[in-house]
Design a protein around this ligand. Structure first.
Ligand code: FE2
Ligand code: FE2
Length: 159
C-alpha cells in the first residue's frame, strides 16, 4: 500500500527556493538576478498551476462529494499568488526596493501556506479518491503542455 499512497505528491520546493533566492537578490538590490529568478518562477508556476487546474482539479471534482474539500479554494489561492507575482514584476520595473522586498515576503507566505494545504490535505485525499485513474492521470500530467487556453497571466508568455 505504501508505494501507492503518495503517487500524487509533487515538488513544491523549487518555488519556495526560488522565492528565497528572489529575497536574497532583493536584499542586495541585484535587479538583474532578481529578474532572472522571477522569469524562472513564472515559468515553473504557470506549468504547475495549469497542471493542477486543467488535469488534477477537474479529475478530483468529477469524483468528489459535496462534503469533500473544494478545489475552488485552491484555485482562488492560485489567483492571489498570480496577482502578487504580477505586482512583483511591476514593482521590479519601477525599482521600488522596499515594496519589492515586502511583496516577495508576502508571496513566500502565500506560497508556503498554499503548498502546505495541498500537501497535507488535498493531495493525500485526492491520491486515494483518484487511485483507480492513477495511470491515466500520471500520463496526462507527464505529457501536459501549457496552451493559450490555460489561465491568463495577464500578458503573453512564450510556452
Ligand atoms: Fe496549487
Ligand atoms: Fe501544487
Amino acid at each position: 500500500m505504501r508505494s501507492t499512497e503518495h503517487w500524487l505528491v509533487h515538488g513544491h520546493t523549487q518555488f519556495e527556493l526560488l522565492l528565497r533566492e528572489c529575497r536574497a537578490a532583493a536584499d542586495i538590490l541585484d535587479w538583474w538576478a532578481l529578474e532572472q529568478f522571477v522569469v524562472k518562477l513564472i515559468e515553473g508556476l504557470r506549468f504547475h498551476m495549469a497542471q493542477e487546474e486543467e488535469v488534477l482539479f477537474p479529475a478530483y471534482d468529477a469524483k468528489c462529494k459535496p462534503s469533500h474539500m473544494s478545489t475552488l479554494e485552491l484555485y482562488n489561492e492560485h489567483s492571489v499568488i498570480v496577482e502578487n507575482v504580477r505586482r512583483l514584476e511591476k514593482l521590479i520595473k519601477s525599482r521600488s526596493s522596499e515594496a519589492v522586498y515586502d511583496c516577495i515576503v508576502t508571496l513566500e507566505t502565500l506560497m508556503t501556506e498554499h503548498n502546505e494545504k495541498e500537501e497535507r490535505t488535498f493531495l493525500p485525499f485526492a491520491s486515494r479518491l483518484l487511485f483507480e485513474d492513477r495511470d491515466e492521470l500520471v500520463l496526462k500530467l507527464k505529457n501536459f503542455l501549457v496552451t493559450n487556453k490555460s489561465r491568463n497571466w495577464g500578458k503573453e508568455y512564450s510556452n
